[in-house]
Design a protein around this ligand. Structure first.
Ligand SMILES: Nc1ncnc2c1ncn2[C@@H]1O[C@H](COP(=O)(O)OP(=O)(O)OP(=O)(O)O)[C@@H](O)[C@H]1O
Ligand SMILES: [Mg+2]
Length: 291
């Protein structure tokens, strides 16, 4: 864990962090999550960012899988510094942002550094604080979260205006998505969960999968779910990953690339969901006081 005295985030000015969160409120902050590992969160976060940029939107992508980040690797980008160096007070957030494809901006995380996988609420707040002080004009701030239901995932989903939950047709994926929605709802998330079905064979297959999740959620939870669309199972995604390119760039006419364009239009046509006033502050104060 980081020493409180030798990283840039301390002494943390909690009040100013909370105030600065408002600057983030004006853009659509989207957390891509899903519970289970390997369901396609990072791939969706990357290609959705690019597809939104193709709609002339300004997009920043945060790699929030702090322990095992791989947005930069998936895109074949070189990074010299990342959020680890920001937390160590070696540089500011503006020094680590790298330009990605189609004009998107990327905030890279570190990979394989144990303390990054175990950040406490103060350290998370430090990252959020430095991002909110660095105030570029943006339309979308996309957050690629880690697998699981860690404090980190819960922190970023609380901050986001929209929570995209990625599910695929595996019992473990449905079970983990359900568990994630349940835990977040219990922790006070009152937003609609937007479900994306991934690696499905058809639109009907995606809808069936969504109905399954919706049925159990309606029965046992108070959470409200909304279907956001599907990304088909597509061998070109693996091929693009091997080339360290987005599928949109490597195979623009593949069915998944068309799926990402459709998803981006769907999201871009919706009004930005508003966060219930005071809910973020309440949650963060609770998290901080638990440390
Ligand atoms: N629509 C798809 N069609 C085919 N393969 C896919 C699709 N989406 C993702 N994949 C495959 O799934 C693998 C995992 O994807 P990705 O790394 O995006 O998942 P993740 O949920 O971010 O994983 P982690 O939880 O480890 O961060 C990719 O390497 C890719 O091969
Ligand atoms: Mg990932």
């Amino acid at each position: 864990m980081f020493e409180q005295n030798n990283c840039s985030i301390t002494p943390i000015d909690q009040a100013s962090s909370l105030r600065n969160m408002n600057t983030i409120d004006e853009i659509n902050v989207i957390a891509v999550t899903g519970g289970k590992g390997g369901v396609g969160k990072t791939n969706i976060a990357i290609n959705l960012s690019i597809a939104l940029a193709d709609l002339q939107r300004k997009v920043m992508l945060l790699d929030a899988d702090f322990g095992l980040s791989n947005v930069d690797v998936m895109l074949g980008l070189r990074t010299r510094k990342n959020l680890y160096h920001v937390l160590k007070n070696e540089c500011g957030i503006e020094d680590i942002i790298i330009p990605g494809p189609h004009g998107i901006q990327i905030i890279p995380a570190s990979s394989g550094i144990r303390e990054m996988a175990n950040l406490n609420a103060h350290e998370h707040m430090g990252i959020i604080d430095s991002i909110s002080h660095f105030n570029p004009t943006l339309d979308y701030f996309i957050i690629d979260t880690a697998a699981g239901i860690s404090d980190s995932v819960s922190m970023f989903t609380h901050l986001a205006n929209s929570i995209l939950v990625v599910v695929c047709d595996e019992p473990a994926s449905l079970a983990d998505a359900y568990a994630l929605i349940k835990v977040l709802s219990k922790k006070g998330v009152k937003k609609k969960f937007q479900i994306i079905t991934n690696m499905v064979e058809s639109s009907a297959h995606g809808e069936r999968l969504f109905s399954q999740l919706e049925k159990v959620s309606n029965h046992f939870l108070e959470a409200s779910l909304e279907y956001c669309g599907y990304i088909p199972n597509d061998k070109y995604i693996k091929k693009a990953i091997k080339k360290q390119k987005s599928v949109i760039d490597a195979y623009p006419s593949s069915r998944s690339s068309l799926g990402f364009a459709r998803l981006a239009r769907e999201i871009n046509n919706k009004p930005i969901p508003t966060i219930i006033s005071g809910s973020v502050e309440l949650f963060l104060e609770r998290q901080l006081s638990n440390q």
